[in-house]
Design a binder for this molecule. Structure first.
Ligand code: AMP
Length: 352
């Protein structure tokens, strides 16, 4: 290989070398456009994704192709996809620093999924816990539901993501993505980085306001258990003031106080103050004062998010522009991976 002679480079070449920074590790997070984000999603996940944007090359995919693996209403899917984007941006995911895109806008996810599917034993897919759970709830099961984890592997490997923030329910799927990356590399030569789960050092597990032994969830039938990022201040206050607390009146964390422990975790995450400090501050005060402080802190945290969301959701043009920019960047990466993969598999190069 010819060595690079600095003397022969003009000033442009010199400045390009000076500016070339080491590539940041790629992080990919995908979420289905299933509706509204709640306080647990925000404090436990999205807030951390926002904090990663300076240190990592972040791809945030809204995976609409996954959303059709279960029965859905098309108009609702479209609305939810816009709403999901608006919520992400309102929560701090920044289209100027990261790539926010819809999966169906990028050619490559399904193409790579097909190739990976041809390396994936059927039995491994049939053993997936989430497939078994979802299949049980349906009268007839489509192949798409079985193939879902292969599509997820393609989502990750298409961008050569090194780190993938995953909740517990997705760990098995990430394992499959790792297996498929290794299998492809072994069969065709080194191509994919083997992705690792990204475990955040900070991030709270937020529990239901009505049953603090269960995780806060959008599917909770009792909707006063769940605060949404788009809730109005009155709704937030109502839900927090009626949150279940524990016997006694002391504000402190403990196994015997799951309700208070959860509210302390929420207050701590919203104010950035640690639980021992907050416990000392509320010594001698009752649950009423404490809950009011939690409600104030949650309103202060979520109000800017809701205001930004209300603005964005009305502006389809702005949302389409974000999708367009995200898809262009994602597509460039996806095409690079796909052409490499196609060549290694033995496909004839597409005539130009
Ligand atoms: P889901 O709403 O289950 O699709 O989860 C989206 C992301 O939010 C995942 O990273 C979850 O781990 C996280 N998450 C969901 N519910 C909670 C919760 N109650 N507390 C903390 N994090 C949560």
């Amino acid at each position: 290989m010819p060595s690079l002679c600095l003397a022969t480079l003009g000033t442009r070449g010199m400045s390009e070398i000076a500016e070339k920074k080491p590539a940041k590790p790629v992080v990919l997070t995908c979420a289905q456009p299933t509706g509204r984000l709640h306080l647990g999603n925000y404090l436990g996940a999205v807030l951390n994704w926002g904090r990663m944007q300076d240190d990592y090359d972040c791809y945030f995919g809204i995976v609409d192709q996954h959303a059709i693996t279960v029965p859905h209403v098309p108009a609702q899917l479209r609305d939810n996809t816009y709403s999901c984007l608006a919520q992400y941006v309102a929560c701090g995911l920044d289209p100027a620093r990261s790539h926010l895109f819809a999966q169906s806008h990028v050619i490559g996810h399904t193409e790579l999924a097909w190739i990976l599917g041809c390396l994936c034993p059927l039995g491994q897919l049939e053993r997936m816990t989430q497939f078994k759970d979802k299949a049980k709830k349906q009268q007839s099961v489509d192949a798409g539901l079985l193939f879902y984890p292969v599509l997820m592997a393609a989502d990750i490997l298409l961008y050569n993501a090194e780190l993938v923030p995953v909740g517990d329910d997705q760990r098995q799927h990430l394992e499959l993505a790792r297996d498929l990356a290794e299998k492809f590399n072994h069969r065709y030569s080194e191509t994919f980085k083997v992705p690792s789960p990204f475990i955040s050092k900070v991030g709270s597990r937020i529990m239901s306001l009505q049953d603090p032994t269960a995780k806060m969830s959008k599917s909770d039938p009792n909707q006063s258990s769940t605060v949404y990022v788009t809730d109005r201040p009155e709704e937030i206050r109502k839900k927090l003031m009626s949150a279940v607390t524990d016997s006694g009146s002391e504000v402190r964390p403990g196994d015997d106080k799951p309700g208070v422990t959860n509210l302390l975790a929420i207050l701590s995450a919203c104010t950035g103050r640690d639980v021992p400090t907050l416990t000392a501050e509320f010594a001698g005060k009752g649950y009423g004062d404490f809950k009011k402080a939690v409600a104030d802190a949650v309103v202060a945290t979520l109000d800017p998010v809701r205001l930004r969301y209300d603005e964005l959701i009305k502006d389809r043009e702005a949302l389409n522009a974000i999708f367009k920019a995200g898809a262009e960047k994602a597509q460039a990466t996806a095409f690079r991976t796909l052409s490499k993969v196609n060549r290694k598999v033995g496909f004839v190069e597409r005539p130009r």
